[in-house]
Design a protein around this ligand. Structure first.
Ligand code: XCC
Length: 637
């Protein structure tokens, strides 16, 4: 086994994760002399100034470091205050997060265009009804027109999401009037994503925008260009091309790997390569090739967000979230891990080498030193996916590693698109049969919480996600989930109708009547836009105020780690949602910029940020906010 870089200290594996499968694999890795992310995290001492975002390295006169205990005692060499420094740092985090989702969305649009123009023939339009509905919503004439004509107009319209340099993004048509009015008044309606990200980067250059209140506006605009822009394009067009999710049973955790099968894991974010792999593994030629090597078949499994998306849409099994992607390779059972973009740790290359697993990159935007690159091309997907399968089948035939697969596996119901939630809860959000708004107004459901986002080895894996959600549903708060958080709760068994027994009396009554779990999984991180759409539909259905900020709702990313999470958090705040982050927050408490984020924005009519580390404390903050909104709406009892 190749030598790994050793760590200098270790703590018990059970201190690092509540995921039993990951714990077992971490123990095994240690015995094997292999170092995983969870151990590297213990060994790392994050910079105490950087963690407070009190350091500026936007020019080379510095880096300038501000003392977090006395932040107004000093300014940077250029004179930048702590507020400017922190605002600029957050601005660039949000710009990166927004760029990531918009890049994803633009790729999805490109694929859609390829289908319309027939340069892409391996994919097609799966949901024509959604296509027509979306086109109508965006003001495109659909009457007596072919699907192709409507699709072409929709494509042209959605292109503006990225390319506009002025005006308003197409999806502004979906924003509740009062929310949009506030954005217009403050000049933060996003124009085009490329424009917003470019302007954000330009304004944060040394000596440019140095008023944190003014920077805040562009931070909001750049974040809104993510949630109501590229992410929404990604979700909506992926549904149109690959099918709109509806409830489906899927298995989660490392026990989905099968010792007697060729195991292929797809990890990343964009659905096209994964969809291509799905076609490949069902090809009788490859099934036979696997059997010829002694395998019972080919087992295709997902991880992280593309896994969450494929699980929601097709019930593909899911092996685990962000903190488990290295650990899963320690099973020795993974014949190939195929990746595209985002959240793919470079450490995977070394762990894959130690366990003789093929790590295969497929996107021209993400190569990894030590991995094999096989370019995925939407116009010819099989060239890539066939080569991946040949490598995986061949590795199965010559497996040299002892196999140890944790037997943890949990079934759950996935695939709650916003369309399905609307249908399930009464056809409209305020209707005659058990609709969501009525149940909120009558108090059976106290409010709605979005619990989303990553896992972060600074906290025990999955612990904050699970304990937070447990407390929320106990207090009759309906929980909507995406991303790695959804996987944490799926592993813990909360995405089952039986979990209604853990809910408070009101929520459990609704769950039992409708036959739904108290925790609804909506998909990947771009699918957070389903929460925005559901929130808008709740406002428009009436009875819960005029803007998203009026809703008895709150959001949380309890174990966040990525810049995308900051962009998502900010677009929820700017849309009107109180959003609590766990782990920590990159702004210094007691500074003016921190006060703007955590108080001032709410006074201006937006949502606001919150931060707490303990799950019960996070739940208390969210429930108090929900109760405050209920009382403002006059529906508290
Ligand atoms: Fe990445 Fe999307 Fe975070 Fe998971 S939740 S760690 S961003 S994979 Ni999106």
């Amino acid at each position: 086994m190749p030598k790994d870089i050793p760590v200098t200290k270790q703590v018990p594996a059970s201190d690092l994760t509540t995921c039993e499968a990951t714990r077992q694999m971490l123990e095994k890795a240690r015995k094997d002399g292999v170092v995983l992310n969870l151990d590297r995290a213990v060994d790392m001492k994050p910079c105490p100034i950087g963690v407070e975002s009190a350091c500026c390295k936007h020019c080379f006169m510095g880096p300038c470091r501000i003392n977090p205990r006395d932040p107004y005692k000093k300014v940077g060499i250029c004179g930048a205050t702590i507020d400017t420094i922190t605002a600029r740092n957050l601005a660039r985090n949000v710009a990166t997060g927004s760029a990531s989702h918009n890049d994803h969305g633009q790729h999805i649009l490109h694929l859609f265009k390829g289908i319309i123009e027939k340069s892409v023939t391996d994919f097609s339009i799966a949901d024509t009804r959604k296509l027509q509905n979306l086109a109508t919503e965006l003001g495109i004439d659909t009457e007596d027109r072919s699907v192709e004509d409507v699709a072409k107009d929709l494509c042209d319209e959605l292109e503006k999401t990225f390319s506009n340099v002025d005006g308003e993004m197409p999806f502004m048509k979906r924003v509740p009037a009062a929310t949009l009015e506030l954005w217009r008044k403050d000049g933060i309606v996003p124009r085009g994503a490329m424009k917003e990200v470019m302007e954000m980067m330009s304004r944060t250059h040394i000596g440019c925008d140095q008023d944190y209140n003014h920077l805040m506006k562009q931070i909001s605009r750049t974040a809104l260009a993510d949630g109501w822009g590229g992410s929404m394009v990604a979700t909506e067009l992926s549904d149109i091309m690959f099918g709109t999710p509806s409830p489906i049973v899927a298995e989660v955790n490392m026990g989905v790997l099968k010792e007697d099968h060729v195991n292929v894991i797809v990890h990343g974010h964009e659905p096209a390569m994964f969809e291509g792999m799905l076609a490949g593994v069902n090809d009788p030629f490859f099934i036979q090739a696997a059997k010829d090597k002694g395998a019972a078949g080919i087992n295709l499994v997902g991880m992280c967000c593309s896994g969450a998306e494929m699980m929601s849409r097709h019930g593909i099994p899911h092996a685990g979230n962000f903190s488990s992607t290295e650990a899963v390779l320690v099973t020795g059972a993974v014949d190939a891990m195929v990746v595209d973009i985002q959240c793919i740790k470079q450490g995977l290359a070394q762990v894959a080498k130690c366990y003789d697993t093929h790590l295969i990159t497929t996107s021209d935007r993400a190569h990894i030193e030590g991995a094999t690159h096989i370019q995925f091309d939407e116009t010819d997907p099989r060239t890539c996916t066939d080569e991946v399968l040949i490598k995986a089948i061949s590795r199965f035939g010559s497996r040299s590693q002892p196999i140890q697969i944790p037997n943890q596996v949990q079934k759950g119901i996935q695939g709650f698109s916003h369309e399905y939630i609307e249908y399930m809860l009464g056809g409209t959000f305020r209707g005659s049969y058990s609709p969501l708004n009525d149940n909120i107004i009558n108090g059976r459901i106290r409010g709605v919480a979005g619990v989303v986002g990553c896992t972060n080895p600074k906290v025990k894996q999955d612990y904050v996600h699970v304990e937070l959600v447990r407390e929320l549903i106990k207090n009759d708060v309906l929980v909507l989930q995406t991303g790695c958080s959804q996987i944490a709760l799926s592993k813990a068994g909360f995405l089952t109708p039986e979990a209604a027994a853990l809910a408070g009396p009101g929520l459990s009554e609704v769950c039992e009547t409708v036959g739904m779990p108290p925790v609804l999984g909506l998909g990947s991180c771009v699918d957070n836009t389903r929460i925005l759409i559901a929130a808008s539909a709740m406002v428009k259905a009436g009875g819960l105020g005029n803007s998203i900020a009026d809703l008895p709702a709150a959001g949380c990313a309890p174990e966040w780690m990525s810049e995308k999470a900051l962009a998502i958090g900010q677009y929820f705040v700017s849309s009107g949602v109180y959003t609590v982050f766990g782990v920590g927050f990159p702004a210094l408490s007691g500074t003016r910029f921190h006060d703007l984020l955590f108080n001032g924005l709410e006074q201006q009519g937006y949502g606001k940020w919150g931060m707490a580390k303990d799950p019960i404390e996070i739940a208390r903050l969210m429930i108090d906010h929900i109760d405050k909104k209920r009382s403002q709406l006059g529906i508290d009892k």
